[in-house]
Design a binder for this molecule. Structure first.
Ligand code: MG
Length: 344
């Protein structure tokens, strides 16, 4: 198999940021894996907060390319992914790009859609939330307007001003909210009171309220919380999931942290058996990796797959958006196609 890769700058429709650090673009590395004139597409999305560097990602992909050269698609995908996984203890976004491209390729080689190939149910649409980051008040109003077709908003919180932020948002919209605290609360008892208050404000769920190290406090909070609490930073991969012991009601699964679709399916199976709710999330992926994650919607309780909506120059055709829903078509492989040559 031949692995190729190329970095790409995705340009935001609306640059954002606070304290003078305005971000106008983000980097993804697009990947193709080719065999028998069939091409699988993948993407490593590298937002600054993920903490994975472009250099590290390219170096890992080079190593993986050498390995893949010696492999034929008669080898089981799980075997290849295990060999890729041990090349480095990190580089999860690069691993995800390879997993996505291999899933696309293997399904295409078998002349099937990804869901048919994996023998999993397919769901073509779900309501998705639209994410509003921590920003200046004028920008928040602008984002609320931008989100007019979406029926749920995901709000980035986790500062000492969270009550003011939600009161401010409630002056402009009554839509249900998901609150992502990003590990930002430190006092567990205050967190419990805040969650009670947020429930009355039309908040549906809370994501990662406490720092990921505070597992005991998370268990205490989850046992008493009026709203379901979801893990994000606390759970990257399957291994983290099996060590939770009741600290969360559900898990936000993202391809860029869990290393891809095959690991995500394993995590979903664990969540179903252990009655954990499933939230399918994203980092800042284009339609390529977002279209891949959307293949798993049949398993989801909630989805936050709005990232392609952020860009002026999304190089892929994949999910579409209407009436606050993310929609995908059934097609060969992952049903995502480049609209420009992403390898140039
Ligand atoms: Mg989060």
């Amino acid at each position: 198999m031949i692995l190729s890769f190329q970095p790409f700058q995705l340009k935001f429709k609306h640059p954002f940021g606070v304290s003078g650090h305005t971000r106008s673009e983000t980097t993804s590395v697009f990947v193709t894996i080719e065999q028998n004139h069939c091409i699988g597409y993948g993407e490593a999305c590298l937002p600054a907060y993920l903490g994975e560097t472009l250099e590290g990602t390219l170096l890992f992909l080079k190593k993986a390319g050498t390995l893949l050269k010696t492999v034929h698609s008669t080898v089981a995908i799980t075997e290849i992914l295990s060999a890729i996984d041990i090349l480095d203890h990190s580089c999860n976004a690069a691993k995800a790009a390879i997993d996505i491209a291999l899933c696309d390729l293997y399904a295409k080689l078998s002349q099937q859609s990804f869901c048919e190939w994996q023998k999993i149910p397919f769901k073509n649409s779900m309501p998705t939330s639209f994410t509003i980051g921590i920003d200046h008040k004028e920008k928040i109003i602008q984002k609320i307007k931008e989100a007019e077709h979406f029926s749920i908003l995901k709000i980035k919180a986790g500062t000492k001003d969270d009550v003011d932020l939600i009161k401010f948002i409630r002056q402009h919209t009554q839509k249900p909210l998901y609150i992502d605290v990003n590990q930002g609360w430190t006092n567990t008892e205050e967190a419990l009171k805040l969650i009670d208050w947020m429930k009355d404000q039309g908040v549906l769920l809370i994501e990662q309220p406490l720092p990921k190290e505070k597992k005991k406090e998370m268990q205490w909070l989850s046992a008493r919380s009026a709203l379901p609490i979801f893990a994000d930073e606390s759970v990257k991969r399957y291994q983290d999931l099996i060590e939770l012991d009741g600290a969360f009601a559900g898990i936000n699964i993202k391809l860029m942290k869990c290393t891809g679709l095959m690991e995500a399916i394993k995590m979903i199976q664990y969540c179903k058996i252990n009655r954990l709710q499933i939230f399918l999330g994203c980092m800042a992926e284009s339609s390529c990796a977002t279209g891949a994650m959307a293949q798993l919607m049949a398993f989801a309780d909630y989805v936050d797959l709005d990232a392609p909506q952020l860009y002026l120059n999304d190089p892929f055709k994949g999910p579409s958006y209407a009436n606050g829903e993310v929609m995908i078509q059934k097609g060969l492989g992952l049903a995502v196609e480049p609209i420009i040559n992403v390898m140039e």
